[in-house]
Design a binder for this molecule. Structure first.
Ligand code: LLP
Length: 418
């Protein structure tokens, strides 16, 4: 069995099947490039995550707030509503998308960075949404927006702090700490020393201070566990200080970041241990919370999506062998072009195993050297017209795709709703 096989991806007669559909048939029917998503796989991941938090501390609800930026396909959102999910939105348009899909306002939190007064006004048009501020300086803008929208009822506000620790699979996805691993100053959250002052300012302006939030980064593996749990401890300690200063929080939001497995050598983040750790610490903290929130993006949807592409021809140059495909990374699976560390397994869907294997670079059709889906992958040598599947394409692929070179962004199909 291949390391990536699961209820969504299977091999039958040496061909790749997506649920019960042959990848080749889907490619013929809908054309390539094509995103294929599995509702069932997202639901399985959702339920597994929910179970990891069981038994929840007495009287405390665990809310799973899907990070909609990962993939905003309406069919996925509808299914997640039925499962009882909440939403983490980072722009007014994401808030509106969640509402359009049917999420109740009180299950949406807006966490914005570099936010304008107009952004706040758009979000305040939905008064049940919780606003998570990420700078002391946002309070003035929020106050002005509240005035302009003539909102009389209390606005629910939480605070994103930067606990001084961050982790991510790439320096570009570390979102807490002073600087990222490549030296980039971290723009997110409010530094430790200003958290109490921020809550006090909000209270003086009669905002309803409901929660404390942190998000350390994206794409954790096993080695990130010690930092992740250390940050949980810091959060509890901070919440205790806030309680002593008279702030009784409804929730603590621990953000997302726990990654699924992208490559065979990646050691999986111990999700169950992490969830149990959060539950235990919250239970012993006696903070009087109503809920614990986590905000998974990748974990829920990454492995529930693939991109199917067609091999147009094989090319040899200076000893390199290229499978030239009918798609460009920027328009489909941009992650390998953006992040040096991003890896997406590539499977020859027409002939999964066997045959002579070659070191093949899977090259896209854009005018950019970095437009390669995978470099020197050991694959059964594809033939012209065969279909390749780029795995783990359910998160941050369609949502980050562009029309670079005026190429189209592929269509998406959702298995389980066809
Ligand atoms: N909460 C907040 C406030 C976030 O900013 C993010 C992701 C998440 C939750 C979800 O993180 P996840 O569970 O998906 O790791 N484009 C990058 C990922 C950037 C994530 C940004 N924020 C990638 O393709 O890897």
């Amino acid at each position: 069995m291949n390391w990536w096989e699961n209820e969504f991806l299977q091999v039958k007669q040496n061909k790749l099947y997506l649920e019960n559909f042959s990848a080749e048939q889907l490619a013929r029917k809908y054309g390539t490039p094509l995103y294929v998503y599995s509702l069932k796989k997202v639901a399985t991941n959702y339920r597994y995550l929910r179970q990891a938090f069981e038994p929840a501390p007495t009287g405390i609800e665990v809310k799973i707030a899907y990070a909609l930026k990962a993939n905003s396909h309406p069919g996925l959102l509808k299914m997640l509503i039925k499962e009882g999910a909440a939403i983490d939105a980072v722009s007014p348009a994401e808030v509106e998308k969640a509402i359009q899909a049917g999420f109740p306002e009180d299950r949406i939190m807006f966490t914005g960075t570099s936010i304008s007064q107009e952004d706040f006004e758009r979000v305040l048009a939905h008064p049940g949404v919780t606003i998570n501020i990420d700078a002391y300086e946002q309070i003035e803008l929020l106050q002005a927006a509240r005035k302009r929208c003539q909102i009389k009822n209390p606005v629910r506000v939480s605070v994103r702090w930067n606990p001084g620790l961050g982790r991510g699979f790439s320096s570009k996805t570390v979102t807490a700490g002073e600087r990222s691993s490549d030296g980039t100053p971290i723009k997110f959250g409010i530094e430790d020393s200003r958290v109490i002052e921020t809550f006090e300012k909000l209270r003086s302006l009669k905002f309803l201070t409901v929660g404390l939030h942190q998000h350390l980064g994206s794409g954790w593996s096993e080695e990130d566990f010690p930092v992740a749990v250390k940050a949980v401890d810091r959060m509890i300690k901070k919440a205790r200080q806030l309680k002593m200063a008279g702030f009784n929080l409804e929730f603590l939001d621990f953000g997302g970041g726990f990654g699924p497995r992208y490559s065979p050598d990646q050691r999986l983040f111990p999700l169950k241990e992490y969830a149990a750790y959060i539950v235990d610490r919250v239970e012993n903290s006696r903070l009087g919370l109503n809920s614990i929130i986590v905000e998974p993006g990748k974990y829920l949807v990454a492995e529930a999506g693939v991109l199917l592409v067609k091999v147009e021809y094989l090319k040899r140059s200076y000893g390199n062998l290229f499978a030239c495909v009918n798609a460009g990374t920027y328009n489909t699976v941009p992650r390998p072009a953006i992040y040096e560390e991003a890896y997406h397994e590539i499977v020859n869907a027409s002939q999964v195993n066997g045959g002579k294997k070659h070191r093949i670079t899977v090259a896209g059709h854009l005018c950019e050297t970095g437009d390669v889906f995978g470099v020197e992958r050991l694959l059964p040598c594809p033939e012209r017209g065969q279909i390749l599947a780029v795995l783990m394409a359910g998160a941050y692929c369609r949502s980050m795709a562009s029309n670079f070179n005026l190429r189209d962004i592929p269509q998406e199909i959702l298995l389980g709703s066809l």
